[in-house]
Design a protein. Structure first.
Length: 280
């Protein structure tokens, strides 16, 4: 994987981790709302990607989830990090998503209030100069936001169940996107330095210092991260010790086995044993 694709992949992974963190919050709402995650819709040839959607009595709550970390300076069009790197202000995309969702709902015969928020789920995120009133929910405001949602009446209107089902039926997981198609056989194997992406192979100690950037890696943690990467890139492949040792660029299957044994459930017979995440 070249450096450009590596950093692109890191952004995808970071977004995925942020959505998983947010899922843990919505699961606690129970019957207060209907939760739809990661919808890919289309309205008049325009894409409509929604991280999370809550269908509640009398309203829909739309969320754009961001896992940004560090200090940012707010601007109406861009955020600027301390390093000087700029990011598009997520409010711009949120506004487009809200407008397109309203059009889609109208075309389906529904008229319902839409509230839209950007949720910054990383506790290490902070921003300077942002308006006090806006569409942002900062890390310190998340708990209070969900406490307010807990006060809502449970969903009892059958029309809302029909709406949720209609949106699910409109979901198109194969909608064209920029996601990279990865060919396992053509990829270089090894564990990635978490800072610069350099691949390390045939490691033998408990830790390793990256030859490119000087970052110290704990090998056990790096193996665990590489297994997570493998799941994201190849979600339909089984997690086996042999396969993941090859993926990590090592002949020492025992080190990979120890990580799998500690962090995953074993399944299958001894000759065909594979592993699944603990939460499945």
């Amino acid at each position: 994987m070249d450096k450009e694709n590596f950093y692109y992949y890191l952004n995808l992974k970071k977004g995925y981790e942020g959505e998983c963190r947010f899922d843990g919050l919505t699961e606690k709402l129970g019957a207060k709302c209907i939760v739809l995650n990661d919808l890919q819709l289309e309205i008049r040839r325009s894409s409509l990607q929604i991280d999370a959607l809550l269908i509640c009595e009398g309203k829909i709550v739309l969320y754009e989830i961001k896992n940004y970390g560090g200090i940012h300076h707010w601007g109406p069009e861009e955020f600027t990090k301390q390093s000087g790197t700029t990011l598009e202000n997520p409010s711009l995309q949120l506004t487009k998503t809200k407008v397109r969702l309203r059009k889609l709902l109208k075309s389906m015969g529904y008229s319902i209030e839409i509230q839209a928020f950007i949720v910054y789920v990383n506790p290490e995120f902070s921003i300077w100069g942002a308006p006090c009133e806006g569409d942002s929910i900062l890390p310190g405001q998340i708990s209070e936001h969900f406490r307010e949602l807990q006060n809502m009446k449970p969903v009892t209107n059958p029309e809302l169940e029909k709406l949720a089902q209609a949106l699910v039926e409109c979901h198109d997981p194969e909608y064209p996107s920029k996601l990279i198609k990865f060919d396992y056989e053509k990829m270089n194997k090894g564990i990635n330095c978490p800072t610069c992406g350099l691949l390390v192979q045939n490691f033998c100690r408990r830790s390793h210092v990256c030859e490119s950037c000087g970052k110290k890696m704990i090998i056990q943690k790096a193996i665990s991260n590489s297994i997570t990467d493998f799941q994201i890139l190849f979600p339909n492949e089984k997690l086996t010790t042999k396969r993941l040792a090859d993926w990590c660029g090592t002949e020492d299957t025992n080190r990979v086995y120890k990580v799998l044994k500690r962090e995953y459930h074993a399944a299958g017979s001894e000759s065909g044993r594979y592993y699944i995440p603990l939460n499945e």
